[in-house]
Design a protein around this ligand. Structure first.
Ligand code: PRT
Ligand code: MG
Length: 208
């Protein structure tokens, strides 16, 4: 049995066609039923539906053999404990700093609101900027508007969310896409099944 951890929402939507090419089609729709374990067209493959930020944890502990997670989530989790064999090139976006459109470029000590605490620390430290990082769980865009922070670190796709809140993108931290991650023990114990799935996905990606 192979268990693959996926989050609902954009990653699931974009992963479905890829998985389908590998012969994996969920029997249930997670948006319609409340099941967290989905059977698929392959008797030997299950999907587990979890929060995006929980995917690396499930895979690290072997509760799922494989998973699909954004590089943003993997960076924050610390991915040394997982194999990351494939860039699926789905759910693409940019991890950026953003600030109010009229705000000056700060040079001294700054306050940064983000849910990507470790990644933000690493980024500003690398630039030699003293940054106080304030952890938020959502609505990062609000922070500069109410004086909580000078800037934010968040994902940007179209830029519409920033624009709607009078913010603008400033610096690109990293281009983000979703990656296939594999539990290290499973890679050995279930090598045949995993290797053949990786192979099929690689071929599908090459033809895209
Ligand atoms: O929703 P939930 O709290 O359960 O978890 P989540 O928000 O982490 O999950 P989800 O499904 O929203 O995102 C999962 C993954 O999708 C992320 O970890 C990224 O790897 C990837 N992804 C790709 C994005 C975006 N694009 C994206 N645009 N995740 C979030 N956004 C948000 C962004 O945070 C901002 O609020 O969309 C807004 C910006 O979009 P634009 O188009 O207005 O710029
Ligand atoms: Mg979300």
């Amino acid at each position: 049995m192979l268990t693959i951890a996926v989050s609902k929402g954009r990653i699931y939507e974009e992963a479905l066609p890829l998985l389908a090419e590998a012969g994996i089609v969920p029997v249930d729709d997670p948006e319609k039923c409340r099941k967290l374990i989905l059977r698929t067209s392959r008797d030997d493959v299950h999907l587990v539906i979890i929060r995006a930020t929980d995917v690396p944890t499930f895979v690290e502990y072997g509760a799922a053999d494989m998973g699909i997670a954004g590089k943003d989530v993997l960076l924050e989790h610390g991915a040394e404990s997982l194999y990351e064999p494939l860039d699926l090139k789905i759910a693409c976006c940019k991890l950026m700093t953003a600030a109010h459109k009229d705000a000056p470029i700060h040079r001294g000590r700054i306050r940064v609101a983000t849910k990507y605490v470790k990644t933000a620390h690493r980024y500003f430290a690398g630039k030699g900027i003293q940054a106080e990082i304030i952890k938020l769980y959502g609505s990062m865009e609000l922070a500069p508007l109410v004086g909580l922070a000078d800037c934010i670190v968040d994902l940007v796709d179209t830029g519409n969310t920033l624009k709607a809140n009078d913010l603008e993108p400033r610096e690109l931290i990293m281009n983000i896409s979703s990656r296939l991650v594999v539990n290290k023990a499973a890679m050995k114990m279930k090598n045949q099944a995993i290797a053949s799935l990786l192979d099929q996905l690689e071929k599908t990606l090459a033809n895209r």
